[in-house]
Write a protein that binds this ligand. Sequence first.
Ligand code: KG4
Ligand code: ZN
Length: 346
Amino acid sequence: AQPITILGLESSCDDTAAAVVRRGVYGRAEVLSNVVVGQNDLHKAFGGVVPEIAARAHAEKIDLCVEKALVEAGVALAEMNAIAVTAGPGLIGGVMSGVMCAKGLAAATGQPLIGVNHLAGHALTPRLTDGLSYPYLMLLVSGGHCQFLIARGPNDFSRIGGTIDDAPGEAFDKTARLLGLAQPGGPAVQTEAEQGDPKRFKFPRPMLDRAGCDMSFSGLKTAVLRARNDVMTDDTIKHQDVRDLCAGFQAAVVDVLVEKTRRALAIYLEENPTEPALAVAGGVAANTAIRAGLESVSSAFNVRFTAPPLALCTDNAAMIAYAGLELFEAGRRDGMDLSARPRWPL
Ligand code: KG4
Ligand code: ZN
């Protein structure tokens, strides 16, 4: 047996990233480097990610990220077993920047390419960080995604429910905007919520009356808007009102996620997994109230709960390199015809 070393590239949204992951002859994979260059400053003035600006920035920065990842890992490009790259889903200009760079590296070294689904990267991260065994239940919650997956292998996921409109991160960001808080809204709303009364405003718990694991978060921001308008006078809002609105909003999100997780766990446990586990990933997994809720519902079901460290929860290339490693071990090899896909359901 030989160690396997994979270079991973990620550029599907607004982070340009490169990382090296290695599995030694024995045991767990290890992150040798994990370089992320964000673009927040470039998009700040526009109130959201501008695809054309993002694509240009990825094309400009990705070579440097690769170089830095190799130096930090202390491994030469020639020692890679494969080049893994996010091939979708995402903003197509950015995905193409990454795929083109990976093709260049593969052509120069003769190494195989492995196209990785960005969502699979997130979903496989708890195997890298906590060594979860298949099958496990995954809740992916970010600014763009919200879904329950049963992970059975690096290329084998079942989606058992998800949002039918906004993702929770989007709802946090929009709520923050309504209340004049900083972006990204999640951390700001959480901070305010910690000083607020979650019971003062009665926000809806959308879709709890419907069977299954589907969710909806777009109605919540409308409810927050109405409640805000009711308490505002002369275009100003008291700080305590902001805190109470944030607390009420966050409590509604937690209730929905926890109840839907309870149902998802029941479905997952029908498979009789030998080491049952629930993992959460995505930027919203940083929320302490959401984590606490998921932790308690997991322990009620006697299911292990894990959440990757934040740097591996948000967009990064270590997760792409790791997914590439599992796919490589499973025999996946892509060629120069690998295409960038804006949409790519798991
Ligand atoms: O996974 P991520 O970095 O990017 C993608 O959306 O792919 O997630 C970013 C999202 C943003 O919407 C941000 O507001 C949210 O994660 N977020 C949080 C918290 N920290 C980040 N939401 C709630 N509570 C937090 N503490
Ligand atoms: Zn992501």
